[in-house]
Design a protein around this ligand. Structure first.
Ligand code: MN
Length: 289
């Protein structure tokens, strides 16, 4: 069994654009080598937004060399990118965007949600790509709640977004082996999720509490496990909702600058040149009606 190594509790907060009040759970600046293939996680909300006719969010910006995965728990997110990808996702839905060689995209609250206002809660996860995939063509996957299999377990359920758990297979196409799981577990119940020896493993507590040795990890806490040992034991000490990440590490150097994550500084400089030259494309707005 994997053993907990560290609980990260104090997360810096900032706004991404005017739509996403996030806690920085981790980033390539601090924990990249411990969390590979995962690069960054922003936890947006929970936050109650007043109704508005304004467009809230973050306008056109580029990415290269990795994937952005947006998991919506409450509210709505609308996305559009220069590779033609786009859509609106709501509670339970996931958007898995492969920036790879480069896209420009925008991320806003859904128009209907913005008009009505309400509770907003989401996670954005950045997943690294190995060098051989960094310049692959961009890809966009909308994964609806209905497409995500739910494995029933004693005292709860596991929604398999990516990878596998028991007989359930997640719908997300990934470039390297990983499991992304949305786990609900009632107080007093325990479960063991599959996680091979040598894989990275980490858990974000969204609701409730998890027993970690003699400690308790509460909402907002992020638990990083040792890579050795197989299987991840989760024991809920209060009704819990957890985002569980496990994955095979990508053992390559990381060179990162803002929205670009490559292997070398020269590749970062090239990404900046390519973006400034318009080679990551542009977003085509629909004509107003
Ligand atoms: Mn983005």
């Amino acid at each position: 069994m994997k053993t907990p190594a560290y609980i990260k509790r104090d997360h810096a907060s900032h706004w991404v654009g005017d739509g996403f009040p996030v806690r920085s759970i981790f980033s390539y600046n601090d924990l990249a080598s411990h969390l590979s293939p995962f690069l960054l996680m922003d936890y947006g909300g929970p936050h109650k937004f007043a109704p508005t006719n304004e467009r809230r969010g973050v306008g056109a910006h580029p990415h290269r060399g990795f994937e952005t995965v947006t998991i919506v728990y409450d509210g709505e997110v609308e996305h559009k990118d220069s590779a033609g990808g786009g859509g609106r996702i709501g509670p339970g839905d996931v958007q898995w965007m492969t920036a790879a060689s480069g896209v420009v995209h925008q991320e806003y609250h859904g128009a209907d949600f913005a008009r009505q206002g309400g509770e907003f809660e989401m996670v954005q996860l950045w997943v690294n790509l190995a060098a051989k995939h960094k310049m692959a063509a961009p890809r966009y996957q909308t994964i609806t709640d209905a497409a995500i299999p739910r494995l029933e377990i004693p005292g709860g359920s596991i929604r398999v977004i990516a990878g596998a758990q028991g007989e359930a297979r997640g719908p997300a196409l990934t470039f390297s082996p990983m499991n992304v799981l949305d786990v609900s577990l009632k107080a007093g119940h325990a479960t063991v999720v599959d996680a091979p020896g040598g894989w990275t493993a980490a858990v974000l507590v969204l609701r409730g509490a998890l027993g970690i040795g003699r400690e308790s990890a509460k909402a907002g806490d992020f638990i990083i496990f040792e890579r050795q040992g197989a299987g991840l034991e989760l024991t809920a000490t209060a009704d819990a909702r957890l985002l569980v990440l496990t994955g095979e590490p990508i053992d390559e150097p990381i060179a990162a600058y803002g929205p670009f994550v490559m292997n070398t500084r020269a590749e970062i400089q090239q990404a900046i040149v390519d973006f400034n030259a318009g080679r990551m494309g542009r977003i085509v707005e629909e004509a107003a009606v």
